[in-house]
Ligand binder design. Structure first.
Ligand code: PYR
Length: 356
């Protein structure tokens, strides 16, 4: 017992340098963070703010990160470019905005008929996903970390009802990522606009339909004032991850403990955003319904056609590009196995408790 308590006393003794002394030895660092979001969307912009706030708190304000709304430092859809070139040290964005640079970047966010938030986190953190995405991002002199998730999204706002694939033909719709490519193959004229520009485009008739995230954000953007029919589910975004991107040269210059703090803050943003969306969407859906929004499911005809086009698109992209093929094949095996597990757990449980 004597030896044990001596060891315990040693373990509890403060280090030779007190906490104040060790804090003083931490460098002062200031970074800017470009984002793709309007500051009014406290949920998704909140992902950037969570990282900044928590990094500051964990370093006694010695490592300060200042997030900027879309358009203030760089346009909302050019965050990757700004981080790559070093115009900013880091950015908060959705990787699928950059599929023009490499279509496999879509897997970092979400792809049609892919993984929900829980499965996406499983793939990224423990299924080889984040390693694959970080390898891909290293080609851009960037390291990425998951830093937010919206949960399953809604399927978008339409000015008129769409019952069949024929109704999609020629429709101008705002929708990013591989979901946009699938819609294009179904006859849609696809536009990709940053979140802050959707309302005006829809309201003025520059587009006929738009998807953003879900009830809370869509209500804040006022999309319910520009269109009446609100479809579900967003089969192209079952659990999209938002990423924080860091310029690799800047990352390499960070002290190791700041790197660990940054990673911890990104984990926190990832978890916190999803919890926030679940709570807020629940309330906002009721508000939308009370305000006259018509909630409609996509028809089976549209879902079946979209599913076929999606898996044809994956096969086509895999045949053209070795990077896409490598990531897709690993991801698809994970997806198939994961869906079998989910069928007997989450889904069968949901069927027990959710009223029909
Ligand atoms: C979108 O751009 O549609 C997102 O869901 C972030």
């Amino acid at each position: 017992i004597g030896a044990l308590s001596a060891a315990a006393a040693t373990a509890c003794r403060p280090a030779a340098k007190g906490p104040a002394a060790s804090r003083d030895s931490l460098p002062r660092i200031r970074w800017n963070m470009a984002t793709s979001w309007p500051a009014s969307l406290d949920t998704i912009y909140g992902g950037a703010q969570t990282i900044a706030k928590r990094v500051a708190e964990m370093t006694d304000n010695r490592f300060e990160i200042r997030p900027y709304p879309a358009g203030e430092l760089v346009p909302g859809l050019q965050v990757l470019d700004a981080v790559q070139s070093g115009t900013v040290q880091c950015g908060h964005t959705a990787s699928y905005y950059y599929i023009g640079k490499n279509p496999a970047l879509a897997f970092a966010t979400a792809v049609p008929f892919g993984l929900n938030a829980q499965q996406q986190n499983a793939w990224l953190y423990h299924g080889g996903g984040l390693e694959a995405m970080q390898k891909l991002y290293s080609d851009f002199n960037i390291i990425n970390f998951p830093a937010g998730n919206t949960g399953v999204q809604m399927g978008g706002w339409f000015k008129r009802q769409i019952k069949s694939v024929r109704d999609l033909n020629g429709l101008k719709m705002r929708i990013p990522g591989l979901g946009g490519q699938v819609m294009e193959k179904l006859g849609v004229n696809v536009q990709v606009l940053p979140g802050g520009e959707i309302f005006l485009a829809l309201e003025r008739g520059a587009i006929d339909a738009a998807e953003w995230v879900g009830p809370y954000d869509d209500l804040k953007l006022g999309l319910n004032k520009a269109a009446q029919f609100y479809y579900y589910p967003g089969w192209w975004e079952p659990g999209p991850t938002l990423d924080v991107l860091v310029n690799l040269s800047q990352w390499a210059q960070l002290p190791k403990d700041y790197q660990e703090i940054f990673k911890t803050a990104a984990y926190e943003a990832n978890l916190n955003m999803l919890a926030q969306y679940e709570v807020l969407n629940r309330e906002a859906l009721a508000t939308l319904k009370a305000g006259g929004t018509q909630l409609l499911p996509y028809s089976q005809e549209i879902i079946d056609a979209a599913k076929k086009v999606t898996f044809d698109l994956y096969a086509e992209s895999a045949s053209k590009d070795a990077t896409f093929r490598g990531i897709y094949e690993q991801w698809n095996k994970f997806r198939e196995e994961m869906h079998q597990w989910t069928a007997i757990t989450e889904l069968s449980y949901g069927n027990l408790v959710i009223p029909k």
